[in-house]
Write a protein that binds this ligand. Structure first.
Ligand SMILES: Cc1cc2nc3c(=O)[nH]c(=O)nc-3n(C[C@H](O)[C@H](O)[C@H](O)COP(=O)(O)O)c2cc1C
Ligand code: SF4
Length: 382
């Protein structure tokens, strides 16, 4: 299939990234393809990179691990398609350090593909050259951020770069780079094989396709669910998830991981698609839905979340470096019943400053869950 056709099909299918930012995949590939074609590269050098972001460190998220462990060849196939579509000749899969089984299975699958002439020079006599290298992360949440991930691969400390320039023009080692999440890539072979109309039989007009949702917490049947976009949150929690344990009621659901927002029992009819979740101040994020029944102390949950962000902040910019520390201290105080007058206003001011002034998504979302919990009075500070 001509590369223009692949990119056109991805755009027509309406596939957007599943790593959190929901950026249109076809547009990303088109940008890298244009840049690679505009550059003349001596034979044997890298033209551009396809990176699979398999760092999956968002709290409550485990969808990419299941895909990698159960269907590694699908991912490799998607990366070969991407390489052909943008004319990149190098690929890297960056796997979360705590995923040894996924790393082994993917490494075996890469070797299998190479042995069967599906990777390497002149793949299946098509003239396409593309190979994949495996990399393991070392346990930093921020290394899932695309530019910090590239710094990490290049051998430096994993700190986000200032954007622009974007990876499609200045990515890994300065080369045009497509970086996509595991689930995003897993959608590609089906779209290329069956066409955009096939893909659009699921989901909504503006959020086509299906979505993997990692359901955890106080539900009877936690696990990984593939839903058609637009399924009401209530159906996910009460039908697929089996609802709360006997005698318990729903207190709140945290949608989108630690960087997401709380939804209350009154908001359960929201359709699970990008636009509807945004409209209620939430985000689909990494697809994590954590459910809390009325037995859970939400201040303790907030203590865990704020400790996580304070620990994971890379320290490159002050709003996040200092803000996540102060936020953690105030929340720890409140969680142990020692809140002081002015804590509520201080948390709001810190949260807004981090959101507006931080360099990367970590700091920009480090207060999202807390701000939504305060706003909905799920937790209260003096
Ligand atoms: C702090 C932080 C952590 C992130 N972690 C991940 C991750 O583990 N996996 C991922 O695919 N994207 C992660 N992202 C999003 C990536 O920066 C990037 O948007 C994504 O890999 C692009 O792929 P997509 O377009 O297929 O979603 C993270 C972003 C931030 C700010
Ligand atoms: S927002 Fe936080 S994680 Fe991101 S660059 Fe600034 S200090 Fe580092």
């Amino acid at each position: 299939m001509p590369r223009e056709q692949i990119i056109a099909d991805l755009k027509a299918a309406g596939l957007v990234g599943r790593g959190g930012a929901a950026f249109p995949t076809g547009v990303k590939w088109e940008g890298a393809a244009k840049e690679i074609q505009a550059r003349a590269v001596p034979a044997g050098e890298a033209t551009g990179y396809i990176i699979c972001n398999a760092d999956e460190s968002e709290t409550g998220t485990f969808k990419d691990r299941i895909l990698m462990e159960r269907d590694p060849h699908r991912l490799i196939e998607a990366m070969i398609i991407a390489a052909h579509a943008v004319a990149a000749n190098r690929g890297i899969i960056y796997v979360r350090g705590e995923y040894p089984l996924a790393f082994t299975r993917l490494s075996d699958a890469v070797e299998d593909a190479r042995a069967n002439q599906l990777l390497g020079i002149n793949i299946l006599n098509s003239g396409l050259e593309f190979d994949i290298e495996m990399r393991a992360g070392a346990g930093a949440y921020v290394c899932g951020e695309e530019t910090a991930l590239m710094e990490s691969i290049e051998g430096r400390r994993g700190e986000p770069r200032v954007k622009p320039p974007f990876p499609t023009t200045h990515g890994l080692f300065g080369k045009p780079t497509v970086i996509n999440n595991v689930e995003t890539l897993a959608n590609v072979p089906g779209i290329v094989m069956n066409g955009p109309r096939w893909y659009r039989q699921w989901g909504t007009e503006r959020s086509p396709g299906t979505r993997l949702v990692c359901l955890s917490g106080s539900v009877r049947k936690p696990g990984l669910y593939e839903i058609s976009m637009g399924l009401p949150l209530r159906s996910l929690i009460f039908n697929l998830g089996g609802g709360m344990a006997r005698g318990r009621t729903l207190q709140a659901a945290l949608v989108g991981g630690a960087a997401g927002a709380f939804l209350t029992p009154q908001q359960m009819d929201v359709p699970m698609d990008f636009q509807s979740l945004t409209a209620v101040g939430a985000t689909f994020g990494s697809g994590a839905v954590m459910v809390f029944d009325d037995s859970v102390a939400l201040w303790s949950v907030m203590r865990g979340i704020t400790k996580f962000f304070a620990h994971e902040s890379c320290g490159k910019c002050f709003p996040c470096q200092l803000g996540t520390q102060r936020q953690m201290e105030i929340v720890a105080r409140a969680a142990s019943g020692q809140g002081r007058s002015g804590d509520h206003d201080a948390l709001i001011a810190l949260g807004q400053t981090m959101r507006d002034a931080s360099l990367c998504g970590l700091g920009q979302t480090a207060a999202s869950a807390l701000l939504s919990a305060l706003d909905k009075k799920l937790v209260q500070a003096p």
